[in-house]
Design a protein around this ligand. Structure first.
Ligand code: SF4
Length: 101
């Protein structure tokens, strides 16, 4: 096994323990079997400790990948709560648009 292969194997073993949901993506990335957008996704996940939500909330606007980072999606549309406490909680929750507002 070459030193490069050893590093990749170590990294994959780490990912399988710490971020099993990302391990498959990284395995394909290391084999070179991914599109550029999947490579960007892996880079952003790597940058944000494998948290999709942190990638979504990334504020590093000077990063060359910022505009094309994954997980931006559309603002989530949730059913309007009937009480004001629920509405206030949702307003504080970033990325949520309240239906009817
Ligand atoms: S866009 Fe944000 S999450 Fe993605 S690599 Fe750049 S700084 Fe990291």
């Amino acid at each position: 096994m070459t030193p490069q292969e050893e590093r990749i194997a170590d990294r994959l073993a780490y990912l399988k323990r710490k971020a099993p949901r990302c391990a498959g993506l990284f395995e394909r990335v290391f084999r070179g079997k991914v599109s550029k957008s999947q490579a960007v996704k892996a880079t952003c996940l790597d940058c944000c400790c494998y948290s999709a939500n942190e990638v979504k909330l990334c504020v590093s606007v000077t990063c060359p990948l910022w505009r094309v980072r994954p997980f931006q999606g559309k603002a989530r549309l949730v059913k309007r709560p009937t009480d004001s406490t629920g509405i206030n909680l949702l307003r504080r929750w970033r990325g949520v648009r309240i239906a009817g507002t």
